[in-house]
Design a protein. Sequence first.
Length: 109
Amino acid sequence: MIRQYVGLLDQRQLGLQVTAYVSVRMEKQPEEEQDEFHQLVTKEAHIVECHAMSGAYDFLMKVVARDIDHFAELCMLKILKYPGVAHVESSFSLKAIKSSHALPVNESL
C-alpha cells in the first residue's frame, strides 16, 4: 500500500509564493500529441499535480511559482505552447485551509 516516502517541504520557504489551479481545454489531437503533452507536463517541475478531468475542461493542473510574473511566464511561454492546448483558465489560491496527503485508511465503508 505504501507507494513511496517523501519529505514535505514548506513551499513558501522555498520562495514559491503563488499556487495556481490551471484548467486546460484541449483540441482534438492525435495520440502522439497527447503523449507529448503528458511528457511535457511530467517534466515541468512547477506543475506539481495534473489530473484528467470530466466536465468542461480536460485537465486540472496545480502550478507553483515564485510570483505572479513567474507564473505568467510558465503559463504563456510553456503551458499555452504545449501541443493540443486550446484554452487555459487560472484560479489562484488566496489561502490554504487544508492541505493534507493523509488518506482516510481507518474508515469503514
